[in-house]
Design a protein around this ligand. Structure first.
Ligand SMILES: Nc1ncnc2c1ncn2[C@@H]1O[C@H](COP(=O)(O)OP(=O)(O)OP(=O)(O)O)[C@@H](O)[C@H]1O
Length: 381
């Protein structure tokens, strides 16, 4: 990114109350909270507890009934509401793209309102498309209807970051995409955040997503009263009360898998073959070593498939299977994500990549072994 990239600023809520007209009880009953600069804070809690209301008060999409909200120490009510909203990124479920605008125009919306010149906006659009993993020359002129759900969501993230805001608010950003796409988007957000250090406030229904993405998790009860506000490790190992314990569920041992990365475990090195290689040689090599399967790589060492040897018989050269791979995970993926991917694998494992290059496989047995090991030694120590 550019040298002057804006990093995050702190947000403080002081006794914030929201009472909707005609409702007996306030939706938010006096929320006080300190969100440190540059952190990702996840809001979770049961339906109707006031997550979205609390989030939307930060950019004044909803006005508080009373209380104060400070961003970088300044009271947000002293600013013009439109200007405030332009200075805060906002990402919603599905991307919220305007259907009649191209991808480039959607991303360039806020920079345009801020009167950036055209060349700067065009350069920024391309920079952001790269950042969210979409090739600018292919995607910038497309319309939202020409994109998959996951691609629309990527564009939504790019739009939220467009004017390089110090604060980004996200409301169920990955709720509308399938589980595999969701994992990838989460992984991308983690790597974007490692680079940018924005202050991100994100509402989610998914406690696993909160554990994976959050530096801290805010667990809310009805009326947005705080049940616990702490780092994921602490919430899992020391739930503050029964409500939190129930909310994170019985399998908190398993949920620890959302805190560990695939790259933290020793990977297995299977036999590999390259597309176009003579099958005879591959079979000889693999059978001599007693292997039953090989991972097929392309000439750039990207995984193409993981096959049993018998499926290669009948071919003279190793074929390039033209199908989408489901069982590849990045080395930064969590163990929980890797387990999800393994469920669709006939090898009880997933191929692991670093920057798209194959680096080994992670097996169900290795994960199970790790869980058993941590039960004995105690991951919380
Ligand atoms: N515009 C509104 N008018 C009246 N009541 C509202 C309005 N918006 C929200 N509420 C009420 O305020 C409470 C909090 O709603 P909010 O949408 O903030 O909850 P939430 O935790 O985000 O819920 P969910 O997880 O279901 O999205 C709920 O009881 C809801 O019915």
């Amino acid at each position: 990114m550019n040298d002057q990239a804006q990093t995050g600023v702190g947000i403080e809520l002081i006794d914030v109350v929201k009472r909707y007209p005609g409702q007996a009880d306030p939706a938010v009953r006096g929320l006080s909270l300190n969100i440190p600069a540059g952190e990702t804070v996840m809001f979770v809690g049961p339906s109707g507890c006031g997550k979205t209301t609390s989030l939307k008060m930060i950019n004044r999409l909803i006005e508080p009934t009373s209380g104060q909200i400070l961003i970088d120490g300044a009271d947000i009510t002293t600013q013009n509401a439109n200007e405030l909203r332009r200075s805060i990124g906002y990402v919603i479920q599905g991307g919220g793209l305007l259907p009649h605008l191209s991808v480039a125009d959607n991303i360039g919306l806020v920079p345009g309102l801020l009167k950036w010149d055209r060349r700067r906006i065009a350069a920024r659009v391309d920079e952001l498309l790269e950042l969210v993993g979409l090739q600018p020359n292919i995607y910038r002129d497309r319309y939202p209807r020409e994109l998959s759900g996951g691609q629309q969501q990527r564009v939504g993230v790019a739009r939220g970051l467009a004017a390089d805001p110090p604060v980004v608010l996200m409301d169920e950003p990955f709720g509308a995409v399938d589980p595999i796409t969701r994992q990838r988007l989460q992984d991308e957000l983690i790597s974007i955040q490692e680079e940018l250090h924005k202050t991100i406030v994100c509402v989610t229904h998914d406690i696993d997503e909160a554990i994976k993405l959050g530096d801290r998790i805010l667990i809310l009860q009805e009326g947005a009263s705080i049940a616990q506000f702490a780092a994921p490790e602490e919430i899992l190992s020391q739930p503050a009360n029964d409500f939190v314990a129930d909310f994170i569920g019985a399998e908190s041992k398993l949920k620890q898998l959302s805190l560990l990365r695939v790259g933290d475990l020793d990977l297995t090195q299977p036999h590999t073959a390259t597309v176009g290689e003579p099958v005879d040689e591959v079979l000889q090599r693999a059978e001599a070593a007693g292997a039953a399967s090989v991972v097929i790589l392309d000439e750039r060492r990207r995984p193409r498939d993981w096959v049993f040897l018998r499926s290669l018989r009948g071919h003279t050269i190793v074929p390039d299977p033209q199908k989408a791979l489901q069982t590849v995970v990045d080395h930064r993926s969590t163990l929980a994500d890797a387990l999800d991917s393994m469920l669709v694998s006939s090898h009880a494992g997933a191929m692991v990549t670093r920057r798209d290059e194959f680096i080994g496989v992670i097996t169900y047995d290795a994960v199970a072994e790790h869980v058993r090991g941590s039960e004995h030694s105690g991951v919380n120590e």
